[in-house]
Every structure is written in C-alpha cells, then in structure tokens.
Design a binder for this molecule. Structure first.
Ligand code: CP3
Length: 376
C-alpha cells in the first residue's frame, strides 16, 4: 500500500454533489444503547454470536479519502492530530457521522506508542525512524512502555470517543504486531521488501527475538491500557506478515504476537489479529488464541474459515480497489465476499487492507448500506 501509485488512471475524486450526499447522511438519530445498526452486531460477530445484520467497518476509515479529514489535516500535522485527544476523537468519529458503520477504530498510528518510548520519528506520511534500531545496545536501551505516563493522550482519546460516539458504536483499540513494528524500526522507513529487517532475522535471530519480546510486552501494556480506558475490542495489525515464509513467520512474528495476546487474555475484550498477505500462513494462525482473524483480499474467506476452524470469526476481505467499480459491479463483488464468508455466525465485513485515499466516499456509503440491506 505504501508504494502504491495510481499514476495511469486517476481514480474519481468526490464531486461536490457526493459531498452533499455525505453531509445529508451526517447526523443519524443518536441511539444510546449500543443496540441496532451501530452497536451490538460488531461485538456479537466477534464472539460468533448470531447477528441482525453483518457488521461492517473499514480499515483506515478515518483518513484522507474524507474531505472533512483533509480539511483538518490542512491545518494540523498528522502527529499533532494523534496527540491531541479532542482532534483524534473528532477524526475517529468523522466516518461514523457519514456512514452507518458498526464500529469505530481509534485514530492513531501503530508507531505512536514507539514515539512514547522515546523513538524519534516523522510521518512523511509513512513513518520514518530517525535512528533505525539494529544493535543489541539500542535494543537493551529501549525503555518499558508505561501508557499512562508515555501516551496519556491516546487513553484520553479513547475516553472521549466512548463518551461521544454516534450511535454508541463500539470502539476498536489497536497496536502494531511486534514483527510489523520491527520492520519499521530496523529499516527506518516504509519499503516493499523490508530487506534489512528480514536479513536481520537471519543474521541476528536471537537479537531479533529480544527486540520482538520487548515490543510484544510494550504492545500488551498499550492494548491493556486502551481496553481499561474503554476500548471494546483490540486489534493487532500484522501488516507485513506476507513477507515471511511459514517457519520464520512462526518463529518470529507469530511467537511474538502470541506473547502479546497471552498477556491480554484476562481481559474480557475480543481480540482481532490481522495478517496482510497471510493466505499461506493460516494454518499457523489457526493456533493463535484470538477471536477474529482479519484477512486480506487475496485469500478466499471460505478456504480461510475451513483452515481456521469453527472457533474463530473472520474479518474482511473486499479488495480496496473494488470501491472503484461501477455501483452494480460493486454489489456483485460484495455478494462474492458474503457468499465466501458463508452463513455461519462470525463474519465482520471489511476491506482486505486500508481504504485508498483516492476513494470516493459515496462508494463507501453504498458499500455500507448494501452490506446491511443484503444481510438484514
Ligand atoms: O482509520 C483508521 O484505520 C485508524 C487510523 C490508523 C492510521 N494508521 C492512521 C494513519 C491506523 C489503524 C493505522 C495503522 C497503521 N499505520 C498500519 C497498520 C495498518 C495497515 O495499513 O497495514 C501501518 C502499517 C501504519 C504505518 C503507517 N502510518 C503508514 C504506512 C502510513 C502512510 C500510509 C498512508 O496511509 O499514507 C502512516 C501514516 C498514517 N497513519 C496516515 C493515517 C491517516 C496518513 C497520514 C496523513 O494524514 O498524512
């Protein structure tokens, strides 16, 4: 996603008319109970309970495809947005005002807690670490994360969203999975291959494990604090899972993710593990003690569900590019995802990866409404 460019065919930009339609949809009647379209379905689906409709939310639903986000970003840089609770909460809620989404995801970044641990980085817009971490000395010097001290603004943002979310939509807290964080820390910037990070696993496996353990413990503390502040589900993003062959995935990425997840099991909060490009890794992921597995668009959900077994819900997995299809075609693509997901409880509709900044918000409105209509 980082390297993706759309140089040949510029995707449609939202027209003023589409923005008008969006703002018409902006203020659905508030419901306080967490019931109905905005509330119970998401948490029920996480727990594989029957639902009134298939819940849907969209990865990166708070972001640059929304004109109201771009308007705010024109005045405030990204890091400041994430550190200012009023603004982070506002951006978190922007998509919920526009669309009947079934969940909110906190507006923040996977690198935010690392900044709290004293790692200097810039968003350009992808994260760029000023001094990449590659030595034992640097890893040993990494401090523990104490969320209340190091990232209090994140916890305050969680509280603000919980107090104000339209339709009382449930809030997802999140963190980067340890291996995905390692990729950025070792390479220092977004990359297609993350060559230095992968080589690090082979050259210094013990030191890599030490870094992963430290990150796993920090993210466990971070996610626990988000849940204690009010987050109702927790998601771990393994965005670069697909870089690894199954043995390295198990030894490095999965072991560290399991360390984080094991530390959270005493909380009564569903846990979602998202593995981008994880099709070949699902047998390994089946052993992870999570409620939901997030799936990218390359892996058919039917096969994934068979591999994961009946004990896990799935989340996904429409190709973000499908939002550029003509409206009737989009419906067909949605139907395919729904039929792959099957009738058994435990499907949360989502894209297979983050929504593209060039996406027309009208397409998102059509997607959300159609998933609700079709599955009600
Ligand atoms: O709406 C949401 O999903 C919540 C907000 C959110 C952001 N980043 C905001 C953001 C979430 C959940 C993330 C997670 C994240 N960040 C991941 C995991 C999910 C994934 O996409 O695989 C990763 C790998 C990152 C690292 C990161 N941060 C990248 C690669 C980028 C640049 C890519 C991009 O989308 O431009 C960022 C910056 C970033 N994080 C932006 C946003 C809205 C763009 C910043 C801007 O407004 O300039």
């Amino acid at each position: 996603m980082v390297e993706r460019t759309l140089s040949s065919t510029p995707p449609p930009q939202p027209s003023p008319a589409s923005q008008g339609r969006g703002s018409e949809r902006s203020y659905p009647l508030p419901r306080s109970t967490g019931e109905g379209k905005g509330g119970g379905a998401f948490l029920a689906a996480c727990r594989r309970q029957p639902v009134t409709h298939t819940p849907i939310w969209v990865m990166r639903q708070a972001g640059r495809y929304l004109p109201e986000y771009r308007a705010l970003r024109a005045k405030v840089d990204f890091a400041t947005l994430t550190r200012t609770p009023d603004l982070a909460a506002e951006v978190t809620m922007q998509p919920l005002r526009r669309f009947e989404l079934d969940a909110a995801i906190l507006f923040s970044d996977i690198m935010t807690p690392l900044q709290g641990m004293g790692i200097a980085l810039d968003f350009e817009p992808g994260p760029v670490v000023r001094e990449p971490i590659r030595t034992l000395k640097q890893i040993e010097a990494l401090p523990l994360l104490l969320p209340e001290r190091d990232v209090p603004f994140v916890l305050e943002s969680v509280r603000l969203v919980r107090a104000n979310a339209p339709r009382n939509a449930p809030l997802i807290g999140f963190a980067g999975a340890p291996f995905t964080l390692l990729c950025y820390l070792v390479c220092g910037r977004p990359s297609k291959e993350f060559a230095a990070a992968r080589a690090f696993l082979y050259v210094e496996p013990r030191i890599a494990e030490l870094l992963l353990d430290k990150l796993a413990d920090a993210m466990a503390a971070y996610l626990r604090a988000q849940a204690q502040a009010g987050a109702q589900a927790l998601m771990l993003f393994e965005s670069w899972a697909g870089l690894l062959a199954p043995p390295e995935f198990r030894r490095f990425a999965l072991r560290a993710a399991a360390r984080t997840i094991d530390a959270l099991r005493t909380l009564d909060v569903p846990i979602i593990y998202y593995a981008n490009q994880g099709a070949t890794l699902m047998e390994s992921i089946a052993g992870l003690d999570v409620d939901v597995v997030g799936v990218d668009w390359r892996a058919p959900l039917g096969a994934v569900r068979r591999t994961l077994g009946a004990e896990k819900a799935v989340q996904g997995n429409l190709d973000p590019a499908a939002l550029f299809a003509a409206p009737d075609d989009l419906k067909r693509h949605v139907d395919l995802v729904l039929s792959e997901a099957g009738a058994a409880p435990g499907h949360i509709f989502n894209l297979g990866h983050g929504i593209w900044p060039e996406t027309n918000p009208d397409a998102v409105a059509r997607l959300v409404d159609y998933v609700h209509e079709r599955t009600a």
